[in-house]
Design a protein around this ligand. Structure first.
Ligand code: NAD
Length: 481
């Protein structure tokens, strides 16, 4: 089946593209063509930003609606996404290789959870308060929507990560121009259909599918007031430079290379499902995964054996198959990248205990075997750089201080986890790790909790009430007397 679109969703309408360029979409599992959408160039971005500006600047429009009225539209949008959940999960799964069971749970459901969460939150949030000043008068503090938002998202969780931005931005009354990644363009069109069906006012959500140059043009556009970016650290630095020059507020959710610290009292074998979620979810194409497994020297061989056996046991196959646990990489370029890191791991002296090749019997699709490296030094390239594939590195530590030192010996700090039979001890170790988020015996980002990184993993926070503040312009009015 092939889904072909001839237009962009801009200003509440389906608008013809300004060039004849297109993105051909290919299944990551079968390499067959599954669809086509137009590719946005500068003229399309201009049209999308103009539509968003009109929607935002309208004095009777979305940004001036009562929060409860916006919340009702967001809930209708969630209902429309519910009605398209299976199709959404399938489109994402075909495009980026996410196993369908994971796509149903995350891409087919998490965005609705987020939209409903922010709809509820904005109904309860105080956007204006009057405080007693310290100099005799009173002060009125007002939180208004920040303006027109450029949202740039990667391909690994295209719907969920777009909604990390849409949820709080819509709740506050912002208008958005979203630019999905070229690898995941079909799900974005389905989202646009849901937005139209839900009666999201014209111009509040606009979607332009484009590549890096289109993204660069969008974030620097005069009509944009705030940038929300999720992607690689390298691209994030470039986005940050542009925003610094323009003094434009920016949120950056970037790469990770997190540590999963296995304490000496951990029972990994009885917690393999959680371990999978924390280290290999979505074929390793997840930013927060703990792909550096830190194991105590006293139990090193046992941890390596457990992980090796576990990796060997995983079912690799077509992402649309309900039995698949590890699907293909999102693109041939991504598979080349992962294979390059496997070669580096072997070249730098790590010991590969399983995987490393392409699975037998899967001649089409960009598959890589789940791979475990033992005897990894934290200075090795595979321990320092984000691989974004099903590749785990097991590193030995001598005591807890050493484990914390190794965990923190990284340019990145996004996720992480501690595995132990004593959760309190786990929390005290986790508290010493320099990272934005962490988990004890599992890792599951929650809409109610702020998500983001430290160091080169990003700036700012998404999710939770903290995520709402990124879309607010705060103004003080000094009231005399
Ligand atoms: P990428 O950085 O190549 O691209 C991400 C998006 O940014 C795409 O839409 C791309 O077209 C656009 N883009 C790239 N360069 C740009 C530029 N200079 N200006 C404006 N837009 C630009 O990343 P990717 O390969 O699509 O995604 C994988 C990366 O995303 C990984 O590094 C992963 O860790 C990261 N990621 C981070 C989080 C998080 O929340 N921290 C979540 C998911 C993915």
């Amino acid at each position: 089946m092939s889904v072909v679109y001839e237009s962009f969703y801009i200003g509440g309408e389906w608008v013809a593209p300004s060039s004849s360029k297109t993105f051909e979409v290919v299944s990551a599992s079968t390499e067959e063509s599954i669809g086509r959408v137009p590719e946005a160039v500068e003229g399309d971005v201009d049209a999308a930003v103009a539509a968003a500006r009109r929607a935002f600047d309208d004095r009777d429009g979305w940004s001036h609606w009562a929060p409860a009225d916006r919340a009702a539209v967001m809930e209708r949008l969630a209902d429309e996404l519910d009605a398209r959940a299976e199709e959404m999960a399938r489109r994402v799964s075909q495009q980026n290789g996410m196993p369908i069971t994971i796509a149903r749970r995350l891409e087919g459901a998490f965005p609705q959870l987020l939209l409903r969460y922010y709809a509820g939150l904005i109904r309860e949030t105080t956007l204006e308060e009057v405080r007693a000043g310290l100099l005799g008068g009173r002060v009125k503090v007002t939180r208004s929507p920040i303006g027109v938002v450029a949202g740039i998202v990667p391909w690994n969780y295209p719907q969920t990560l777009a909604t990390f931005k849409l949820g709080p931005a819509l709740a506050m009354g912002c208008a958005l121009v979203l630019k999905p990644s070229p690898e995941t363009v079909l799900d974005a069109q389905l989202f646009a259909e849901a937005a139209a069906a839900a009666g999201v006012p014209a111009g509040v959500v606009n979607i332009v599918q484009g590549g890096r140059e289109t993204g660069q043009y969008l974030i620097g556009h005069r009509g944009i007031d705030k940038v929300a970016f999720t992607g690689s650290t390298a691209a994030g630095r470039s986005v940050a430079e542009t925003c610094a020059r323009l003094l434009r507020p920016v949120t950056l959710e970037l790469g990770g290379k997190s540590a999963a610290i296995v304490l000496d009292d951990a029972d990994l074998g009885s917690n393999l499902e959680s371990l999978f979620g924390a280290t290999l979810l979505n074929n390793g194409q997840t930013c927060y995964l703990g792909t550096r497994i830190l194991a105590p020297a006293s139990r090193y061989a046992e941890v390596v054996d457990t992980l090796t056996g576990f990796a060997k046991s995983l079912t690799v196959g077509d992402a649309l198959d309900d039995n698949t646990q590890i699907g293909p990489m999102a693109s041939s370029r991504q598979r080349d990248r992962v294979e390059g890191y496997i070669a580096k791991g072997n070249g730098e002296g790590a010991r590969m205990t399983t995987g490393g090749g392409r699975p037998a019997g899967l001649d089409k699709g960009w598959f890589v075997e789940p791979t475990v490296f033992a005897d990894v030094d934290n200075n090795h390239t595979i321990a320092q750089e984000e691989i974004f594939g099903p590749v785990l590195s097991v590193i030995s530590y001598s005591d807890v201080d050493d484990a914390v030192r190794i965990a923190n010996d990284s340019d990145l700090g996004l996720g992480g986890s501690v595995w132990t039979s004593d959760p309190e001890r786990g929390e005290s170790v986790a508290a010493r790790v320099q990272t934005g988020t962490t988990g004890i015996n599992a890792y599951q980002p929650d809409p109610a909790a702020p998500f983001g990184g430290v160091k080169a993993s990003g700036l700012g926070r998404e999710l939770g009430p903290e995520g709402l503040s990124a879309y607010q312009a705060v103004k003080s009015t000094y009231l005399a007397g």
